[in-house]
Each structure stands twice: as C-alpha cells, then as structure tokens.
Design a protein around this ligand. Structure first.
Ligand code: HEC
Length: 108
C-alpha cells in the first residue's frame, strides 16, 4: 500500500526529529493525532474538530475518559486488529503515538 509506506516514512521523520528532545510525549501525541485523523476517523470521533462519525463507535475522548483506560490497556487493544479494518497494521511506534494522543484527550 503506497499510502501507508509514505505515512510510515513521515512518522519516522517526525520521530527522528522528536528523538533528541526531552518532550517526547508531546511530539508523540502530535504524530498520534495525525495518525488518528488518517486511520481512525472513518469510524471514531478522534478529536474536537470532527463533528460526526459512526455512532456505534466510541469517541477517542470517551475512550480516554473511561476509568479502565490506561496506556497498557490501549497498547494491548491495539496490538490486534479490531472492527472491519483491512490492512491496518500499526507499528510499535505508531501505537505509542496514537496511545499518547488518546490519553492527551483525557480531561485534567
Ligand atoms: C472500521 C472502523 C474502525 C476503525 C477504522 C478504527 N476503529 Fe477503533 N473501534 C471500532 C469499533 C466498532 C470499536 C468498538 C468495538 C470493539 O471494541 O471492537 C472500536 C474500539 C476501539 C477502542 C477500544 C475502546 C474501548 O472500549 O476501550 C480503541 C482504543 C480504538 N478503537 C482505537 C482505534 C484506533 C487507534 C484506530 C486507528 C488506528 C481505530 N480504532 C480505528 C471501529 C474502528
């Protein structure tokens, strides 16, 4: 898939740029936000700018707000495909990014 290769490359560039910085969590959630927009927003409400998605699918804000949600539970969940998601294989880094993004939506 042409698209995913380009996206992985972009992710790697972002990661490489972020690596020396101490503030890795922020850049992770930024890359995660892009990833979520691209791969997850067909089904999930992934951010504040989006007005509708599929009603049967929990929004990322709702997922973040659930007490049972932790970085660990999200990692475990995302290691296996879910929903009708053909061909979506997230790398470890992509999972880290998108988990950081989802958790960044948690109200503090
Ligand atoms: C084709 C539709 C679809 C796509 C695309 C999709 N999801 Fe989902 N997702 C679902 C559905 C449906 C559920 C609820 C049912 C389930 O748990 O399988 C769900 C549930 C989840 C949950 C668990 C919610 C909970 O209750 O803890 C997480 C986390 C999640 N999705 C993350 C993602 C991420 C990250 C992406 C993008 C990389 C993504 N999803 C893309 C359909 C989708």
């Amino acid at each position: 898939m042409r698209h995913s290769i380009r996206f992985v490359m972009a992710g790697l560039v972002i990661l490489a740029a972020a690596f020396p910085a101490a503030a890795q969590e922020n850049s992770g959630s930024l890359a995660g936000a892009e990833l979520a927009q691209k791969w997850c927003s067909d089904c999930h409400l992934v951010g504040r700018g989006q007005s509708h998605s599929n009603d049967a699918v929990p929004s990322f804000a709702a997922i973040a707000a659930a007490p049972a949600t932790t970085a660990m539970s999200l990692h475990a969940f995302l290691l296996t495909p879910h929903g009708p998601m053909p061909d979506l294989k997230l790398s470890r880094e992509q999972i880290d990014d998108v988990v950081a993004y989802i958790l960044s939506l948690r109200q503090r």
